[in-house]
Structure formats: structure tokens, C-alpha cells
Design a protein around this ligand. Structure first.
Ligand SMILES: [Zn+2]
Length: 60
């Protein structure tokens, strides 16, 4: 498994797993990160397109 943000191999870290609540109220996996710095950075970027897309598109 790789970090959702930076792509590092999570086997080398103590990873942080994130869940989110979907529109239907169910919880679903939102990502896995090698540390809180990657989690925070991912949130900052994800919020830029929040509400428009389910997937982060680096070319968008
Ligand atoms: Zn990372």
C-alpha cells in the first residue's frame, strides 16, 4: 500500500488511515498516509476541488 498523497511505501511508516462520511451517511475509506504532514497536505489540495470531483486530478 502507498501513501495517498506522496506515494511512499507505507510499510516503512506508521500509517494514518482516514475515513469520510459519504452523501448516503456511510463511512468509506478516504486514504492512507505515511504521516500527518502528508494527510494535512492532501486535505489542503483536496479542498481546492471539493464538491466538484471525487478524485484528485493532477492535470486538472
Ligand atoms: Zn506520504
Amino acid at each position: 500500500m502507498e501513501c495517498t498523497y506522496c506515494g511512499s511505501d507505507l510499510a516503512r511508516y506508521d500509517p494514518v488511515f482516514v475515513e469520510e462520511t459519504g452523501d448516503d451517511g456511510d463511512r468509506r475509506p478516504a486514504g492512507a498516509f505515511c504521516n500527518f504532514a502528508c494527510l494535512s497536505a492532501h486535505i489542503d489540495e483536496a479542498e481546492l476541488t471539493y464538491g466538484d470531483a471525487c478524485e484528485w486530478q493532477p492535470d486538472g
